[in-house]
Design a protein around this ligand. Structure first.
Ligand code: DHK
Length: 143
């Protein structure tokens, strides 16, 4: 059985499409999910979003048990959650951290992601298209 790629999304990303379109664009999360499934070219995808830290940790644990790779947009938890960082530390496979916006062009509160230290790679500033780039890179990396 081909192990899935987990695509995990953090808080407020369920509001994409309407949320600060000048920063996040107008692509909805459902459209992003469809882009990820297309970009995965046949590899299974587990696509999740939650505003709750414990649920995101639960999906990272699922990925530890049954996933091949993780693409994660931790959103605001990127800058606050040592708990999610600790969970990601246990994941043996490749991790691509993703941000729709270029956080370094934004307010200082967004400048230091705790997750980048354990990420294989970080993609940011490509808008929703960053998800397609991340999944395609993950598929190539997993071979
Ligand atoms: C999404 C968020 O919700 C913010 O908290 C981050 C990230 C940026 C994004 O660009 O995808 O700062």
């Amino acid at each position: 059985m081909t192990k899935p790629i987990f695509v995990i999304n953090g808080p407020n990303l369920n509001r994409l499409g309407k949320r600060e379109p000048e920063i996040y664009g107008t692509t909805t999360l459902a459209e992003i999910e469809a882009m990820c499934r297309k970009a995965a070219s046949g590899r299974p995808i587990r696509f999740h979003q939650s505003n709750a830290e414990h649920e995101i940790i639960g999906w990272v644990h699922d990925a530890i048990d049954e996933g091949a790779g993780i693409v994660i947009n931790p959103a605001a938890f990127s800058f606050t959650s040592i708990a999610i960082l600790d969970a990601l530390k246990m994941f043996p496979g490749p991790i691509i951290e993703l941000h729709i916006s270029n956080v370094h062009k934004r307010e200082a509160v967004y400048h230091h992601s705790l997750m980048s230290a354990v990420a294989t790679a970080v993609i940011m500033g490509l808008g929703a298209d960053g998800y397609r780039a991340a999944v395609e890179a993950m598929v190539r990396r997993l071979g």
